[in-house]
Design a protein around this ligand. Structure first.
Ligand code: HEC
Length: 398
């Protein structure tokens, strides 16, 4: 009775476990396959394997070199394992233990030299590329200062702004195509990290030290980037875009920054901020708009790191795609949501210190939204880059 029970039961669990293994292996292969398919595509905005600048192409070459070397090693090791398993498997009923070996000088020299040679093949081009990057950073035709704030980016183009001063904008870095760009990274608060995967590698933005990035953007389009060093409560909403335009479009953008006045202005001759809605009065302690009298707000590294006076310059805000460093798409509805309660959209942001739910009435919001969206050049926003590349970031994404 006991023996029969065992005989009845033993084949069933074995068959089940074999079937289970096949199913789970197939499921695993499917999941891995799906994940890898997700990585594919030549134009993923956050992918570092679809380069769109001189710098990222060099990084891609190194990446390919390392990938192929690793693949050769992987296949070599797998072949050896299969060969060993087959060649030295137990045949028949050999009872003897195989000969026991301790140490083999030739093998040990070989498996020290081969990895050393592989590392050398990777090291030499890596060092070469690093030197090229530092040289590139010195040759910038356009120098741009990037200030990491909590939690947005202020962008200065020295010499391109009003009266030979800096052109100041936020969260959107406009670049001319095929020109050498040098970014200088500053922070006066915590450590951030600046990364647009299709254009350059990650660089820390450190208080007390200026890091530099050199690269040449090669295709018009919109590229996405974000802060990649945890920097506080709204770190995940500290994104930016880089808009690469042909030179003429870039020049037109610079010119419109300096000469155009807000179209909403009832008196374009004066550009006086009193021509803006009255309710904008509360904003001018923090925000500046070129071409109006709202130019008193602090910029760059001035002031206390937690100064509430440092806020995005809103000149041509109507042309930006996003509100508050990628927190919301720039639409009238979203802008109203932002003005109604900035903290509800982006917890911890410094605008919320003064603008709380209920600070602005619905009427004030209704007049501020069209005013802000009217901050555009007279001829409309430059569009080339947008026509060449669709927006990737989900509209209204949090
Ligand atoms: C206490 C200073 C302060 C005041 C007052 C203030 N803001 Fe802001 N504002 C900020 C800061 C800081 C940000 C950036 C928030 C972030 O992204 O973390 C911001 C962001 C914005 C943005 C998004 C800008 C961009 O480039 O994405 C808009 C639009 C805006 N504010 C409009 C207003 C208006 C309109 C008022 C007046 C009703 C106002 N703000 C009052 C500090 C202020």
């Amino acid at each position: 009775m006991e023996r029969r029970d065992q005989d009845d039961q033993s084949p069933t669990p074995r068959r089940r476990s074999f079937a289970f293994r096949i199913v789970s292996l197939t499921a695993l292969a499917l999941v891995v396959g799906l994940v890898l398919v997700g990585c594919g595509g030549d134009n993923n905005p956050y992918s570092h394997i679809s380069p769109r600048s001189s710098t990222t192409r060099d990084i891609q070459s190194l990446y390919k070199l390392v990938f192929w070397m690793a693949l050769i090693v992987f296949i070599g090791v797998q072949l050896f394992i299969v060969y060993t398993a087959l060649r030295f498997r137990q045949r028949g009923n050999e009872a003897d233990r195989p000969a026991q070996i301790h140490g083999n000088k030739r093998l040990e020299i070989a498996w020290t030299l081969i990895p050393a040679a592989i590392l050398l093949v990777i090291l030499i081009p890596t060092i070469q590329t690093m030197f090229e990057f530092s040289a590139d950073a010195q040759e910038g035709e356009y120098v741009i200062d990037v200030y990491g704030k909590q939690w947005w980016w202020e962008i200065h183009y020295p010499g391109l702004g009003p009266n030979g001063g800096p052109l100041i904008t936020a969260n959107e870095v406009r670049l001319p195509e095929d020109r050498k760009i040098k970014l200088q990274l500053h922070s006066n608060n915590v450590i951030h990290s600046f990364w647009a995967p299709q254009l350059f590698g990650k660089h820390d933005v450190i208080p007390g030290h200026v890091n530099e990035i050199g690269f040449t953007p090669e295709n018009p389009g919109i590229y996405y980037g974000e802060c990649t060093e945890f920097c506080g409560v709204a770190h995940a909403l500290m994104r930016f875009t880089m808009v690469v335009d042909p030179q003429e479009e870039f020049d037109a953008w610079v010119a419109s920054y300096n000469t155009e006045r807000p179209a909403f202005d009832a008196n374009p001759q004066t550009g006086d901020v009193s021509e803006a809605p009255r309710s904008f009065g509360i904003c001018i302690g923090c925000h500046a708009i070129n071409g109006t009298n709202a130019v008193a707000a602090q910029a760059g590294l001035t002031g206390n790191p937690y100064s509430v006076g440092a806020a995005p310059n809103l000149t041509l805000f109507g042309c930006r795609d996003f509100i508050a460093a990628g927190a919301l798409a720039n639409t009238p509805e979203n802008l109203a949501i932002w003005l109604h309660n900035p903290a509800g959209v982006k917890e911890g942001n410094y605008m919320a210190l003064q603008i709380k739910e209920g600070t602005l009435t619905q009427e004030q919001i209704n007049e501020l939204v069209p005013y802000l969206l009217s901050l555009k050049p007279a001829g409309g926003c430059p569009e080339t880059a947008r026509q060449e590349q669709n927006l990737h970031m989900e509209q209204g994404e949090e």
